[in-house]
Structures are given as structure tokens and as C-alpha cells.
Design a protein around this ligand. Structure first.
Ligand SMILES: NC(=O)c1ccc[n+]([C@@H]2O[C@H](COP(=O)([O-])OP(=O)(O)OC[C@H]3O[C@@H](n4cnc5c(N)ncnc54)[C@H](OP(=O)(O)O)[C@@H]3O)[C@@H](O)[C@H]2O)c1
Length: 321
């Protein structure tokens, strides 16, 4: 089968399209013929780890997983003899978070992995472009107690995580102020933002509004800059570690003072999460935001675009035409 392989860390040029062995499902696995994947910031972060801590998961000197890609949509082509949750022909969507491997024509995954049958109201390409953003956004959203009304500011609301954050926060009933660029203000309003701020025109940390949570989905602010716009017990969460990995230390020490604090939840995913995402999508209250779609052999162009940090939502990599 064809796969995009990287055996060393580095720029997008370390990626190459190669012929590799097609996997064979074990007794508890399904063999999925991948229809589409995405190129996302998680792939970029594992291809060229900026923080040493990432190498603890991805391999200290060279990548442990030589095929990137963590989102997929596809069709079950074969099943192991103990598989009971899926059958041949099922359309599947989901995540291969830590093992990656979806930039390939086939993947084997345990039937208990983070996969589920594709939402009925999404196309194949839409269904591949939701899980990573939803999982990373849900990781932040789960820190919020929605039993009382919450005012939330979301920075970087136009990215994969940001567009998911806005939609999920809306789904759970928050009042949302979202920050993005001029060209996408209407988009983020349509996803559920109650008010929007254009970061090219104003500094959102200068607002007189006060928030229960600031979710920085692009990691371009800091707790110290956002502290003044948080309510007395407000919480700051970022998708980035921040200068000198400060968000980890602040997450440990800021709660000791009893006031405004930082949380840095470690992303996790499970089949239960994917089933929840499917339910939210099928409720009609969640849209896939796709910026560009590239054919499989244009993985370099797709990667360079994603690495620019300027995409709106998600970039699909079409493996089957
Ligand atoms: N914690 C984790 O496990 C994890 C995993 C994946 C990614 N990440 C990190 O999370 C961040 C977001 O990921 P993503 O996949 O959502 O990225 P993305 O899709 O590349 O989105 C970033 C978005 O932010 C916008 N943006 C750029 N500069 C901005 C600014 N100063 N203020 C507000 N918006 C700005 C960009 O659009 P314009 O430039 O056009 O404005 C783009 O739409 C990245 O920093 C990534 O490294 C963390």
C-alpha cells in the first residue's frame, strides 16, 4: 500500500510517499481502507517536535511512528475473528491519536480504539475533519461546569481547535466572545459566537468585559496578559505550553493561591468520546469546517499550508479520489 513516511524529524521535506506493507488485522482488530485523512498541527508537532516533552511520546532521537496522520474516515475491509462491534463494509470515522498511521491507504485498529460508525449527516470528507479539533477542544471544555451560566472568551477561534471550541461551548450553553481575523468574523458568529473581536484591529486583553474562562486555542496569549479580563476565580487554558513551558508550572502552582488560575489538561480520547462526537454531530449542532482539500500526492503542499498556522478549520487529505 502507499503511505507517507518520515523516518527522521525535520521540515516537511522529510516526508515521502512510499510503498509499504499492507497491515493484517489481529484477532481484535479491524482493517480500514482509508478514504480521507487530514493534515493537522498535531502531525506537524510530531514531525518536528518543538518541545522536548513531545519526544517522550514521539521518540527521543527519531520518530517511533513513521507514518503520521491521526484522523480518518474509511470503510472496514476485513475484521479479526474476535471483532463484534464492527462488520465489513461499515463506514468508520475517528482518531488514531498516539499511534498515528492514517496517512496511508490502510490501517489496522483495535475494535475498542477511538473509532465509531460515521455520522449519517456528514460526507466522508467532512467526517474526517472533526475528531482532532473536537477532542482537543473537548479537553478544555470539560474543565467548565456548565450548571451555571458561563462567559467564555475563545482566542484563535478560526483554527481547527478554535472552531470546535466555539461550537462545543455553544452546544453546552456558554456565552461566547470569540477572537479571530477580519475575514472570518462572520464564520465564527455563524458557529455560535455571541460577540466577536478582530485581533488585527484590537487587543482583546484590553476589553472591560470579564470572563469565567479564557480558552486560548492558538496559544498566542499568556495567563499574565489575560489575568485582568478573568473574573475573581476565572480560569485560563491554552493549547500551548507557553514561554518556558510556563503553563505547566502555572497549572501546578496557581491553584495554591485560591484566585485566578491556569489549567493545562492533558488531551485524552476514547471510543466513548468519538461516540459522543457522533451524537453531537448527528444532533445537527456541529459543522465540519474545511479550508482546503488536497489529493494524497500533494501532501507536501498540504503540510506547508497547515504549518503556516493560517488555515481556517481543517485541511483534508483525500486518499481515495
Ligand atoms: N495541546 C495539544 O495537544 C495540541 C495539539 C494540536 C495543536 N496544538 C496547538 O494548538 C494551536 C492551534 O491548533 P489548531 O490546529 O487549531 O491550529 P490552526 O488550525 O493552525 O489554527 C490557528 C488559527 O489561529 C488564527 N490565528 C493566528 N494568529 C492569531 C492571533 N494572534 N490571534 C488569534 N487568532 C490567530 C489563524 O488564522 P489567521 O492566521 O488567518 O488569523 C488560524 O485560523 C497551535 O498552536 C498548535 O500547535 C496543541
Amino acid at each position: 500500500m502507499k503511505a507517507i513516511v518520515n523516518t527522521v524529524y525535520g521540515s516537511p521535506d522529510v516526508l515521502s510517499l512510499r510503498e509499504v506493507e499492507k497491515p493484517i488485522p489481529k484477532d481484535n482488530e479491524v482493517l480500514i481502507k482509508i478514504h480521507s485523512s487530514t493534515v493537522n498541527r498535531t502531525d506537524c508537532g510530531f514531525r518536528k517536535p518543538e518541545y522536548f516533552i513531545v519526544r517522550l511520546f514521539s521518540g527521543i532521537f527519531k520518530p517511533k511512528n513513521t507514518i503520521l496522520g491521526n484522523e480518518l474516515v474509511g470503510e472496514v475491509e476485513a475484521i479479526g475473528k474476535n471483532v463484534s462491534k464492527f462488520k465489513t463494509g461499515d463506514a468508520i470515522f475517528g482518531l488514531s491519536t498516539w499511534k498515528f498511521g492514517t496517512h496511508a491507504e490502510y490501517i489496522c485498529m483495535a475494535e475498542t480504539a477511538s473509532i465509531a460508525t460515521k455520522p449519517t449527516n456528514m460526507t466522508f470528507d467532512e467526517a474526517t475533519a472533526v475528531c482532532d479539533g473536537m477532542m482537543l477542544a473537548m479537553n478544555m471544555i470539560r474543565q467548565i461546569d456548565f450548571s451555571s451560566p458561563k462567559k467564555i472568551l475563545i482566542n484563535g477561534a478560526t483554527g481547527s481547535i478554535g472552531t470546535a471550541c466555539v461550537q462545543l461551548a455553544k452546544f453546552y450553553g456558554a456565552e461566547i466572545t470569540a477572537v479571530g481575523n477580519t475575514k472570518n468574523l462572520e464564520l465564527i458568529k455563524s458557529l455560535g459566537a455571541d460577540s466577536v473581536k478582530d485581533y488585527t484591529q484590537e487587543d482583546f486583553t484590553k476589553t472591560s468585559d470579564r470572563f469565567d474562562f479564557v480558552l486560548d486555542a492558538v496559544g498566542k496569549s499568556s495567563f499574565f496578559r489575560c489575568k485582568k479580563i478573568l473574573k475573581r476565580k476565572g480560569v485560563y487554558i491554552s493549547t500551548e505550553l507557553g514561554f518556558l513551558s510556563q503553563n505547566i508550572f502555572l497549572a501546578i502552582f496557581s491553584p495554591l493561591f485560591g484566585g485566578k488560575r491556569v489549567k493545562f489538561p492533558i488531551p485524552t480520547d476514547s471510543q466513548k468520546d468519538i461516540l459522543l462526537f457522533k451524537e453531537i454531530i448527528e444532533s445537527g449542532k456541529y459543522k465540519a469546517i474545511i479550508d482546503r482539500t488536497y489529493p494524497f500526492d500533494q501532501f507536501l503542499e498540504a503540510t506547508r499550508y497547515v504549518e503556516s498556522g493560517e488555515k481556517t478549520g481543517n485541511v483534508v487529505l483525500k486518499i481515495v479520489d
